[in-house]
Design a protein around this ligand. Structure first.
Ligand SMILES: N[C@@H](CCC(=O)N[C@@H](CS(=O)(=O)O)C(=O)NCC(=O)O)C(=O)O
Length: 206
């Protein structure tokens, strides 16, 4: 298997954490895509992922899988118990619900702020920007942090008492927030404690 990525970027980090959690890091070849210089928008990469984003998992039979949740589903079912995406119907539903809330309410909101209200990846890649929309997304990301903080006041992890794909998404969202200079509100103590807990995991600490 190959993973096309730009190391250190938030969404590729989601797949790297999932790989490490499943003990599959050594099973893949990482292929660097020069996102800052637009390689992901060239025809050769677009043939692998028409969305023009990283990461992409390429199987040995040539199948290409984009979207971190899809890649994580594949990896989770490739090695051992489905620890990241749920073992029972209820676990799976809760994990997918909380993953989507962390993705839409934090990670993607930070991404939209980055792309629309900052220079983002530069004028050659950011073909369309709307700074007002970007600023709205920054506010949405902060609201998302407060929501996740409230969830973590009741739960050890976002979907309950076990670490899951939802936590990986939220952790990447905070990585992106740091990069975009969106601070976790001081009153979000539960979110900060959860982040510290997650950052101690071998899959995250590296
Ligand atoms: N929903 C996608 C998001 C992927 C994504 O947006 N990747 C970013 C990299 S990251 O910085 O967000 O991690 C990208 O390729 N961006 C390229 C671009 O926006 O031109 C997924 O789950 O993989």
């Amino acid at each position: 298997m190959k993973v096309y990525e730009f190391k250190g970027f938030p969404n590729p980090a989601r797949v790297r954490i999932a790989l490490a959690e499943k003990g599959l890091t050594e099973a893949v070849e990482f292929v660097s895509v020069d996102v800052p210089n637009g390689e992901h928008k060239q025809s050769e990469f677009l043939a692998k992922n028409p969305s023009g984003t990283v990461p992409v998992l390429e199987l040995d039979d040539g199948t290409t899988i984009a979207e971190c949740t899809a890649i994580t589903e594949y990896l989770d079912h490739t090695s051992g118990e489905t620890t990241l995406t749920g073992r029972t119907p209820k676990e799976r539903a809760m994990i997918h619900m909380m993953q989507r809330r962390a993705e839409a309410g934090l990670l993607d909101a930070v991404g939209l702020y980055f792309h629309h209200a900052t220079p983002g990846l530069g004028p050659d890649i950011e073909a369309y920007q709307c700074s007002e929309w970007g600023e709205h997304q920054r506010q949405k990301a902060i609201a998302g942090m407060h929501y996740l903080n409230d969830v973590l006041a009741q739960n050890t992890y976002l979907a309950g008492e076990q670490f899951s794909m939802a936590d990986i998404t939220a952790f990447a969202g905070l990585v992106f927030a740091d990069f975009a200079k969106i601070e976790i509100p001081a009153e979000c103590g539960h979110l900060k404690a959860w982040r510290e807990r997650v950052s101690q995991r071998p899959s995250v600490a590296g």
